[in-house]
Design a binder for this molecule. Sequence first.
Ligand code: GLA
Length: 386
Amino acid sequence: MPILQTRLAEGFAQRFGGAPDLVVRAPGRVNLIGEHTDYNDGFAMPVAIGPETRVAVRRRGEGEIRVTALNFGEEDAFVPSADLQKAAQGGWRDYIRGTVAILAREGVDIGGLDIAVMGDVPMGTGLSSSASLEVAVATAVLALAGRQENPKQVALWAQAAENDFVGMRCGNLDQLASAATVEGAALLIDCRSLDLRPIRMPSDAAVMIVQSGVVRGLVEGHYNERRRQCEAAAAILGVPALRDADLAMLEAVAADVDPLVVRRARHVITENDRTLAAAEALALGDLQAVGVLMRESHASQRDDFEITVPLTDRLAELMSEAIGEHGGARQTGGGFGGAVVGLMRNDRVEAVRERVLSDYRTPSGELPDVRVERACSGASVEIVGS
Ligand code: GLA
């Protein structure tokens, strides 16, 4: 993304003078299928997308890290340590502080740094702007420290920043997608074994992301509540995680269990099956089969996991209708609004865009943001200065 790169270089020079030692990019992601399965040790299949976070970093002598967030015109400064505290203001600062704290805990030699950050992943819309920030910062700090780490390990540390420092109990989907995806492919993630299988996107397929305009509110509360309900369901079923359960096990106890817990478990069990089936179908280029599974995934999120809202239901339905039989659409990400993802044949893109722009309005009555994305590669070190 050349404009981002130019503005980042200018911002770095203006704030700190000179040029960075290196620049790292880490993409946002959209999840094609496999929602709320990651923290149940299940399966998910995201693609990394064009919008990304870039960080420009340079070592400095003293012990302090200085950060400028160019999107907000805001700054932070702190001494790297495993005992770092959250920033009084919260927000973006804690993703960076958390990543640094986790890497310090892991014994990475961090030292003083100047960091400029800039990104174009829309925030709060289910495209993982925070994971891309964590992964970008972790990749940059590790590269400067001369540590060659597997992208999986980088992702797990970025996730630890979110879990242990920020306090959001997310799974590993977002960080693995941002760190470890391969260009031109979706990534089938086994969230337990961390086995990653790139699934090449069919050449006739397009990924469309439409923002519902429903901004997720109080998501962390809902998210952590869903997570607790899944843990309760696993305990009732006597399995380590819902990954280990099947529908027959659920049916055997259903009569004696709170119907809400049964619904939550049913979503996760069926979503894992759908994700594995979708990966097989995508690998064969069978958009029709993937589309059916995506539609079923939306219905399951709506009826069993109860994380959709009326506007994302409507948007997913009208997109699915316009897509026709070769593909489908579903709400993507943590839920309660955010974005709807559609997978379709290239030759349907304009018709689907027209349909969305004519029939859908955000809660404030505006035209929704519609973007068509290609599958990008995971985080990379872009420029190494002299
Ligand atoms: C958020 C979390 C992920 C995952 C998704 C739902 O994006 O950060 O770990 O649980 O929700 O699939």
